[in-house]
Design a protein around this ligand. Structure first.
Ligand SMILES: CC(C)(COP(=O)(O)OP(=O)(O)OC[C@H]1O[C@@H](n2cnc3c(N)ncnc32)[C@H](O)[C@@H]1OP(=O)(O)O)[C@@H](O)C(=O)NCCC(=O)NCCS
Length: 209
């Protein structure tokens, strides 16, 4: 009954189409809304090419988000025909316990029903709580490949795994590939991402182990 009630009070809105929540395009659900150059440049390029960011509104408050784009423009080194890369999925702690993660995922699948499948990354043995492999598996993703790395600045010596994760929408879908060495450069499209490196950093931020 509680589950039914909460679902009926829940909506998912695409903020690339609705300007009310535009500031959430530029950064994460928590923290400052300062715009930064790399994110702005990223959005200008990808929004016209199929990037979407959606918010889950629960009882009038933001409870979670999902962000994705076609692999060719996702700026993750993941390659595939007709593949969507999920940049982020996040349900806030206060909204946990209602399977909102699955709800956001299903909304993406429904909106992108002609795609071959969805790719993302997962981490294992990283010091932060983000992109944990078991959570991505719980959402339905399976691991295809992995690389072990260390960060050059933070938690030096702690080896963690970056996994390429995949969820096909049809049985015969061709799984994506990745240029895993490119992940050693880190990513710049989101400052909250565990693989982010600052705009002043030059060269690889990770070392393969
Ligand atoms: C993955 C995530 C989206 C799931 O959120 P959610 O849908 O609110 O999760 P729920 O609390 O409803 O739990 C979903 C399922 O996981 C299970 N679960 C939750 N916590 C668990 C735990 N610690 N151990 C085992 N199972 C757990 C629940 O029992 C439920 O199982 P069911 O589907 O069989 O009922 C959320 O945990 C999250 O945002 N994690 C961080 C993701 C991330 O790193 N994003 C990148 C930010 S940079």
């Amino acid at each position: 009954m509680n589950e039914m009630k909460s679902i009926s009070q829940t909506k998912i809105i695409d903020i690339t189409e609705i300007s009310e929540y535009e500031k959430y395009l530029y950064r994460c659900l928590v923290g400052s809304f300062r715009r930064y150059k790399k994110r702005q440049e990223y959005l200008e390029k990808v929004i016209p090419k199929g990037f979407h960011k959606k918010l889950l509104i629960f009882d009038g408050e933001i409870g979670g988000q999902i962000e994705y784009a076609p692999a060719e423009v996702s700026y993750s080194p993941i390659i595939g025909d007709n593949v969507i890369v999920m940049n982020c999925i996040w349900v806030l702690r206060k909204a946990k316990g209602h399977n909102f993660g699955k709800l956001l995922l299903q909304d993406m699948i429904k909106s992108e029903r002609d795609t071959a499948g969805f790719a993302t990354i997962a981490l294992e043995n990283h010091w932060g709580p983000w992109f944990m492999k078991w959570q991505m598996e719980k959402l339905g993703f399976k691991s295809l490949d992995s690389i072990k790395v260390v960060h050059k600045m933070k938690h030096k010596g702690q080896v963690f795994g970056i996994y390429l994760m995949w969820m096909a929408t049809t049985e015969n879908a061709k799984p994506p590939k990745w240029k895993k060495e490119k992940f050693l450069e880190g990513i710049t499209f989101c400052t909250a991402h565990p693989l982010y490196h600052s705009q002043t950093w030059k060269g690889n931020i990770f070392e393969a182990k």
